[in-house]
Write a protein of this length. Structure first.
Length: 91
């Protein structure tokens, strides 16, 4: 029975590929857990604090109210950014 001389290399390459894939997915998992305050969101989007507040109250940006403060999930903030841009050009 003849074995492939490159099989060990192929196995190691497959292992490296799996490691790279897991490393690439880690930041996405971290961002799903990340929440921002309204001020942090405003500085990320480079808009005024009141603009973020206005969009939250209108329902354009999904936010959770914890006590007296709103917290915005990173993914919701980025998806709202796309939605707000499209709303701006619908006028």
């Amino acid at each position: 029975m003849q074995t492939n001389p490159f099989q060990t290399i192929l196995d190691e390459l497959d292992e490296v590929k799996q490691l790279l894939y897991s490393i690439r997915k880690e930041p996405e998992l971290e961002l799903k857990k990340r929440f921002y305050s309204m001020r942090e969101s405003a500085s990320i989007l480079k808009v005024d604090y009141q603009t973020i507040r206005s969009h939250i109250l209108k329902g354009n940006i999904k936010a959770e109210k914890i006590g007296r403060f709103y917290r915005i999930n990173h993914l919701d903030l980025m998806s709202a950014l796309d939605d707000v841009k499209s709303l701006k050009y619908k006028r």
